[in-house]
Design a protein around this ligand. Structure first.
Ligand code: IDP
Ligand code: MG
Length: 156
């Protein structure tokens, strides 16, 4: 009975967000370390695949930045090697993931965050994370079919 209520409550408050382990971190063999930061924070990995983005995919994914001076370089960087795209689930997953990631610029990110520990500079900053629940839904559906996502059924 208690288990059922815990499961129902966790399902009710669970949120999903979208995450990318970027080319710099994949190339430097940091997938496992970064997953460990995410899992230790309480996030569950409920979908993941290693893919090499096409220029068209990267352009569309980052279309919101198309007028920024760094857009062309960002697309070149994000297509420079494979990335791990994934769906993370947990309570307040969007905000929690952003907290574990740290600030965009690794030099300004708090100690112990992924970007502080694995990022190189403001562009090569190891990870992407959705900035709102609305964008998380859009970004998840950009890369995953519903049947590729395996919501967490664990009661904590
Ligand atoms: P976020 O990834 O923390 O949400 P955004 O402002 O959405 O930051 O920028 C998207 C990505 O574009 C960053 O993660 C980073 O890779 C790159 N980027 C952002 N600002 C700059 C910049 O000033 N110079 C170069 N690249 C940047
Ligand atoms: Mg962003």
């Amino acid at each position: 009975m208690i288990k059922f209520f815990l499961f129902a409550a966790s399902a009710l408050f669970a949120e999903q967000t979208f995450s990318i382990i970027k080319p710099d971190a994949v190339e430097s063999n940091k997938i496992g370390d970064i997953e460990s930061y995410l899992e230790t924070s309480g996030l569950n990995i409920v979908a993941a695949k290693l893919i090499h983005l096409t220029p068209e995919q990267a352009q569309e994914f980052y279309a919101v930045h198309k007028d920024r001076p760094f857009y062309k370089d960002l697309v070149a960087y994000m297509t420079s090697g494979p990335v791990l795209v994934q769906v993370l689930e947990g309570e307040d997953a969007v905000a929690l993931n952003r907290k574990v990631m740290g600030s965009t610029n690794p030099k300004e990110a708090s100690a112990g965050t992924i970007r502080a520990d694995f990022g190189t500079d403001i562009q090569r900053n190891a990870v992407h994370g959705s900035d709102s629940l609305e964008n998380a839904k859009k970004e998840i559906s950009f890369f995953f079919k519903p049947e590729e996502i395996h919501p967490c059924t664990k009661s904590k």
